[in-house]
Design a protein around this ligand. Structure first.
Ligand SMILES: Cc1cc2nc3c(=O)[nH]c(=O)nc-3n(C[C@H](O)[C@H](O)[C@H](O)COP(=O)(O)O)c2cc1C
Length: 162
């Protein structure tokens, strides 16, 4: 979370100079960690064992299953897995923030290398987006919602083809 005015200014420079980065109450740098599997797997398996999700003798096979599902450390599968999880988390944050009376703005308009350098984020991490969070400026009215495809245009049933 970046909530210090000076640091928000630094982030703004990495984010195409977008004013909202500095004006928002705070900005979240969403970080996907492809190595989170190794870091947390033991703790997750331990809780699964404790809560009865699995028997103790299944620990090794569950561990191997996780590693094969999530891909090798440097694989695209692993990176996508990390980004999927972080994006689900991001959307939940945005919905929760709205429920708390805050507005959010997800942004992809930033230089990832610059954000990593300025905020000491290790090279192996991925930043799927940054999210500005705050209150709408008093007196500002948003433009009406722009074009959205109708659900029926991209929903099919039981097969990709209509
Ligand atoms: C992944 C993603 C990245 C985006 N990046 C930016 C951005 O850098 N700057 C910006 O002004 N809007 C960006 N947008 C668009 C806005 O976040 C937002 O979707 C748009 O203003 C429409 O708002 P609405 O979806 O609530 O109608 C991005 C949207 C998404 C989904």
């Amino acid at each position: 979370m970046v909530n210090n005015h000076k640091r928000k200014g630094v982030l703004r420079k990495c984010a195409m100079n977008q004013p909202k980065v500095e004006e928002a109450s705070f900005v979240l740098i969403m970080i996907a960690d492809p190595l989170g599997v190794e870091e947390n797997m033991d703790r997750v398996l331990e809780s699964w064992e404790k809560l009865g999700y699995m028997k103790p003798d299944m620990r090794i096979s569950y561990g191997n299953l996780m590693k094969s599902l999530y891909g090798e450390k440097d694989s695209l599968t692993r990176k996508l897995f990390a980004v999927k999880n972080t994006s689900l988390y991001a959307m939940n944050i945005m919905i929760t923030a709205k429920g708390l009376g805050l507005d959010t703005h997800p942004m992809d308009g930033f230089d990832e290398a610059c954000v990593k350098k300025e905020f000491n984020i290790p090279e192996d991490k991925i930043i799927p987006m940054i999210i500005a969070v705050g209150h709408l400026k008093p007196g500002v009215t948003l433009l009406p919602r722009a074009f959205r495809r109708d659900l029926t245009e991209f929903t099919t049933y039981n097969d990709y083809k209509k």
